[in-house]
Design a protein around this ligand. Structure first.
Ligand SMILES: Nc1ncnc2c1ncn2[C@@H]1O[C@H](COP(=O)(O)OP(=O)(O)OP(=O)(O)O)[C@@H](O)[C@H]1O
Ligand SMILES: [Mg+2]
Length: 337
């Protein structure tokens, strides 16, 4: 028998087994069985050797948690769990070690860090490394909505709850059932809504706007803020009891200027990506003076600001010549003087 027909036979046999499996799932779990099978297949497929899993940085989810002792494992195997997050500085390695410890738990986590430090990436990594990774990941930005709208975004609403509510709508809590809910900019939430959030977290249930019925939800809750919540508590703008609910575990993301060496790793990746997007065959070189100017700058907007700077420079610099200090934004040039 040829190799090809061997493969064809094997495939036919496996396909028959799969068809049988689909039938069994449907039989036992009804129509939801097909979705359950898909989720289980994704879970099993993710259980491949760590080296193969970590080689794909564009995969939609991070590699699954493998047995790792974050206090002992070497740097490369720690970093391999975070394919979308660039960083090897001691401060980022401390963050990664903490994430590996808390990801498998259901603990509520508060991520704090300046704007652009990667809080959303961290929240996503926590989900991808958790046992909930095959469940939904739902993210919401509290600063993006006025108070009344945010309430119905989070908790849902009943039909007729307000003008325009022509049908019942699920909120983010319900959408995240059996998965992870990430609330960004939680410091921007009104005090009245904070009270409702606290109740939802304490009781594990939500009451949609205009409804008298509470709904049980099973979510892992992650929030983030670039504000100093302790200072907001002192000003009466943030509830202390909610703070303690949100922050049994706090992940403090260091600003880019404190991540020794990470700037250059990020630069390398961002320049290659930006050059590719501009259709350039090759990423440009950077002169040592330019690197020094970038190193001296304080990056108040952190990685997001660096991303923007790289995109600007690549778009404006003629291909074929290295990037020089004169190509940088005036404020970065000024910092180098
Ligand atoms: N360590 C990193 N490696 C690669 N990309 C990063 C890293 N940190 C941040 N980024 C990228 O920088 C941008 C900003 O990150 P993100 O939105 O997670 O920041 P943030 O802390 O949530 O900011 P904000 O407080 O303004 O909401 C995103 O495009 C993100 O992909
Ligand atoms: Mg954010």
């Amino acid at each position: 028998m040829t190799r090809e027909s061997d493969d064809a036979l094997l495939r036919r046999t496996l396909k028959r087994a799969l068809a049988e499996l689909v039938g069994r799932y449907r039989e036992v779990l009804g129509e939801a069985g097909f979705d359950a099978l898909k989720a289980d297949l994704v879970e099993f497929a993710a259980q491949r050797p760590a080296a193969a899993a970590s080689s794909s940085s564009t995969a939609s989810s991070s590699p699954p948690p493998k047995a790792i002792d974050p206090d002992r494992d070497d740097v490369d195997s720690i970093i391999a769990h975070f394919p979308r997050i660039i960083g090897r500085s001691p401060k980022m390695l401390d963050v990664f070690r903490l994430l590996l410890k808390i990801a498998p738990t259901n603990a509520t986590v508060l991520i704090h860090g300046e704007s652009g430090t990667g809080k959303e990436l961290i929240a996503r990594a926590l989900h991808d490394l958790s046992p909930r990774r095959t469940g939904p990941y739902v993210a919401e930005n509290c600063a993006a909505f006025p108070e009344t709208l945010l309430e119905s975004e989070l908790f849902g609403h009943a039909k007729g709850a307000f003008t325009g509510a022509d049908r019942t709508r699920k909120g983010r809590f319900q959408m995240a059932h059996k998965g992870t809910l990430f609330l960004d900019e939680v410091g921007d939430m009104s005090v009245a809504l904070q009270k409702k959030l606290l109740r939802a977290l304490q009781e594990g249930e939500v009451r949609p706007v205009g409804s008298s019925v509470s709904i049980k939800v099973d979510v892992r809750f992650i929030s983030a803020s670039n504000k100093d919540l302790a200072a907001l508590i002192k000003k009466g703008l943030f509830r202390e009891d909610l703070y303690f609910r949100l922050a049994p575990i706090k992940v403090e993301l260091p600003p880019l200027r404190d991540r020794a060496g990470d700037l250059f790793l990020l630069l390398e990746r961002l320049i290659a990506e930006a050059a590719q997007r501009c259709g350039r065959a090759r990423a440009p070189d950077i002169t040592p003076e330019t690197l020094e100017a970038l190193r001296r700058y304080r990056w108040p907007g952190n990685v997001r600001e660096l991303q923007n700077e790289v995109q600007r420079v690549i778009a404006l610099t003629d291909p074929g010549r290295p990037i020089e200090p004169r190509d940088l934004s005036p404020e970065i040039q000024a910092a180098a003087r």
